[in-house]
Design a protein around this ligand. Structure first.
Ligand code: ADP
Ligand code: ADP
Length: 227
């Protein structure tokens, strides 16, 4: 039996459509981590018609990133909420070097540290195939019409709500998002590699295999932590 779990503060990094949300759904079943997905938070703000949603809208629809100061504000605020005290899973944040710097500074202020950055990588040509078949539930659970279908077509396995296609999952927007990823986000691979935090996963394997590999890595990290 393992001793009391040490805090897991994880970042999921990777291109749009690599499977970050899919792995997050599974990891949250394994570990009680606060899930912080800036894309979900921004979509929720839009659905509620808040100022934040209005600010984010045009950037998201074009496949651009929402400005750093806006995203940093919402992500860091969420990070200091009570339920994130014992560990968190960041999905889609940070996406730029200034965002990563802001996160490091906040972690230092809180006296905490990032446990690992999980890079889920997939070649560009696979991304378009994945995103065109992506369907999501209202609560943000992810499926694929072909690769990861729900038990009943068009309905979420967990809450039965209808599945939808995201507006920004249209092919022309996907290419813009992918370009942005290579320009602004992929430098974070080097950034976290240099800090010794990066763990690389082949996202072109089936979801269950990617999940198994991530779990094995996390088990090793926790053992190292206890030594
Ligand atoms: P994906 O499934 O492509 O990884 P997300 O749901 O994480 O997409 O994000 C959707 C959109 O929300 C992004 O294309 C971007 O416009 C905006 N967004 C989400 N997170 C960030 C962030 N950390 N910085 C800037 N923009 C963001
Ligand atoms: P991200 O959060 O990185 O944008 P998602 O988890 O939403 O990516 O995955 C994008 C699409 O690809 C979804 O429809 C999902 O069901 C599917 N998918 C995720 N992981 C895999 C995988 N390993 N193999 C095949 N399809 C996958």
């Amino acid at each position: 039996m393992s001793t009391i779990a040490s805090e897991l503060n994880l970042i999921l990094l990777g291109p749009p459509g690599a499977g970050k949300g899919t792995q997050a759904d599974r990891l949250r079943e394994d570990f009680p981590l606060a899930y912080i997905a800036t894309g979900d938070m921004l979509r929720e703000a839009r659905a509620q018609g808040t100022d934040l949603g209005a600010q984010a809208q045009e950037h998201m629809d074009r496949g651009d990133l929402v400005p750093d100061e806006v995203v940093i504000g919402i992500a860091l605020e969420r990070l200091s909420a009570d339920d994130a005290r014992d560990g968190f899973l960041l999905d889609g944040f940070p996406r730029t070097v200034p965002q990563a710097d802001a996160l490091s500074e906040e972690m230092a202020n809180l006296g905490r540290r990032i446990t690992a950055v999980l890079l889920v990588d997939v070649p560009d040509e696979e991304i378009v195939r994945r995103i065109s078949g992506r369907r999501v539930s209202k609560a943000g659970r992810t499926y694929h019409v072909e690769y990861d279908p729900p038990k009943h077509p068009g309905r979420c396995d967990v809450d039965g709500t209808p599945l939808e296609q995201r507006e920004d999952d249209k092919p022309e927007v996907v290419l813009a998002r992918l370009k942005k990823y290579h320009q602004a986000t992929s430098p974070l691979i080097d950034y976290y590699e240099k800090q010794g935090l990066l763990r690389h996963f082949d996202g072109s394997l089936p979801p269950v295999e990617v999940h198994d590999k991530i779990r094995a890595t996390l088990a090793t990290l926790r053992l190292e932590d206890e030594l």
